[in-house]
Design a protein around this ligand. Structure first.
Ligand SMILES: Nc1nc2c(ncn2[C@@H]2O[C@H](COP(=O)(O)OP(=O)(O)O)[C@@H](O)[C@H]2O)c(=O)[nH]1
Ligand SMILES: [Mg+2]
Length: 290
């Protein structure tokens, strides 16, 4: 079953008991949306907006109400441009997020896509916390045909990034994708490291198009939101990569994240393969799930 088919199977249930858009329906919808990981606040707000629309526009039949719900959810998710800004050479993209969410894998997949679009791509192995992290990124760089700058385990991540940016400028690289550690000795440490990396980019590539993408694992549900709040404080988040959407029936987390953070989901990870990263389109998403 394809990703969208899977989603569809779960969420058509929302309307399975529909007879009319009465209070019982709205209450049931609220519950379904909360269970789908929209979170309490987002679910309540979405249902309230739908309620008002149904009243205002005097909607009756199921198809009209469905279309209105799609609009409401798509609007909740419309919080900015979902395209990756690669307008300068080099463009620098920082991947941040806790351990195991899929940062390294997403870099591999995105590198492959950009390479296929004819771009010269360099991976920067600034996760120096574990030796295996750079090895893993190296495997992806070979698979995707992208360049790699790495150093030894325990090296200063800032020094690796500095090297990578110098190499990128010297070689005419289009896009630098920078991996980072998801765990340091403590949270304050991690945040300090990330803001240091951000400053290095500003200093070495002033005026460069940059993105800071927070990678979140969709299967962790509301936990992802808690992580997001922590990371939001640092390093000017520009977008979310939501991974492992293939592993959860609870696609509502997408809506909750966009609404809470005010930054758009830019990519969705839907598997472990090299082609399993899709540009995220809010409208297509809600149409698939409702
Ligand atoms: N099913 C699935 N697995 C994923 C996805 N993205 C990453 N993974 C897996 O999640 C695990 C951790 O990924 P990794 O990139 O090492 O996470 P990192 O610690 O954030 O760099 C690996 O086994 C990946 O294959 C995805 O979209 N779907
Ligand atoms: Mg990693």
């Amino acid at each position: 079953m394809g990703f969208f088919d899977k989603l569809k199977k779960i969420t058509t249930n929302i309307f399975s008991g529909f007879t009319e858009a009465d209070e019982a329906f709205f209450e049931e919808l609220e519950e379904t949306l909360i269970l789908a990981d929209l979170g309490m606040d987002t679910a309540l707000e979405a249902v309230e907006q739908l309620r008002q629309r149904v009243r205002r526009e005097k909607l009756h039949d199921q198809e009209e109400v469905k279309a209105a719900l799609r609009d409401v959810l798509a609007e909740e998710m419309s919080v900015g441009d979902t395209a990756l800004d690669t307008s300068t050479k080099p463009t620098v993209v920082l991947f941040i997020g806790v351990n195991g969410v899929g940062k390294t894998t997403s870099i591999g997949k995105l590198g492959n896509q950009l390479k296929n679009e004819g771009k010269r791509v360099l991976f920067c192995a600034a996760d120096t916390f574990r030796a295996a992290a750079a090895d893993q990124l190296q495997i992806w760089s070979e698979r995707a045909g992208c360049e790699l700058v790495r150093q030894h385990e325990g090296a200063d991540p800032g020094a690796v990034l500095f090297d990578a940016l110098q190499a990128a400028k010297a070689r005419g690289v289009d896009v630098v994708l920078c991996d980072t550690a998801g765990r340091l000795h403590n949270k304050a440490n991690l945040m300090a490291e990330l803001s240091k990396l951000s400053k290095i980019i500003d200093r070495e590539c002033p005026g460069a198009a940059r993105e800071t993408l927070l990678v979140l694992d969709a299967t962790t549900g509301q936990n992802g939101l808690i992580q997001a709040r922590t990371f939001k404080e640092t390093a000017g988040l520009t977008g979310i990569v939501l991974t492992k959407l293939d592993g959860t029936a609870k696609g509502g987390i997408v809506v909750a994240i966009a609404r809470e953070l005010g930054v758009p989901v830019k990519f969705a990870g839907v598997g472990e393969g090299i082609d399993d990263l899709k540009p995220f389109d809010a409208r297509a998403y809600v149409e698939a799930i409702i």
